[in-house]
Design a protein around this ligand. Sequence first.
Ligand SMILES: N[C@@H](CCC[C@H](N)C(=O)O)C(=O)O
Length: 276
Amino acid sequence: MHFTKGHGTGNDFVIIEDVDGALDLTAEQVAQLCHRRFGIGADGVLRVVRSAKEPAGAGLASEAEWFMDYRNSDGSIAEMCGNGVRVFTRYLVSHGLAAADPSGIPVATRAGVVVAVVEGDQIRVHMRSPSLYAASTATAGPLTFPGVAVDCGNPHLVCGLHDGLSLSSLDLHVAPGFDRALFASGVNVEFVVPAEPLPETDLHVEMRVYERGSGETLSCGSGALAVGAVALRDAGLATGTVAVDLPGGRLTVTHDEQDRWWLAGPAVLVATGETV
Ligand SMILES: N[C@@H](CCC[C@H](N)C(=O)O)C(=O)O
């Protein structure tokens, strides 16, 4: 099987082109591909398939030619992957499957159609609007953190650190605890601290994330979107741009005057190869 490897701020993916939907990619195959010792190694798999050829995308085929079939590294399916969309779009353009139209490239996902705009090394995505819907808590080791549940198409729990705790003090080798009644399908947990103000953005925060199905990753685009939405709300800003620093680099989240939510950052392809 031919593959391409890419990443967005260190959130890395094995990309498999399967335009006609001929591949039956099992959870075991995905976990094998993503294994960092026994496979290629990645946080997830992006299968590139025509929407019309994929049952989950067929209803969106009139809006978006391409469907991003995203799988976590444990083989589970997720509805959305913000960094995945950006890397997927880089793949479409660099492989001649879509033109870098300034008005954007629609990409179908299990959470609906998003639109990606290529701007040099950056790819900016008009994401589905995040919805802040409940208060909850997460635990990390002996500590409990209050948080906000955010639906970005996939589930998130955004927790601010308290009592001067640093992000580096958290042990995220172990999955954080969360309310399984509220998050019956699991949740991605983000831990956030404020960062020094920047001249170019309204707000600046730092975060780490423990992803459902993948463990701690260097970056999570939908997680950054959730964090940005909570940061703007907490600052009393209806619109604005938030710089979100993750271990793998910086993403920006913007809520604009037209009530659109944007996620921006770099997306690169780094290698191609064949599985044996
Ligand atoms: N890293 C992704 C999110 C991937 C899906 C997530 N682990 C889930 O299960 O919801 C991103 O960049 O958004």
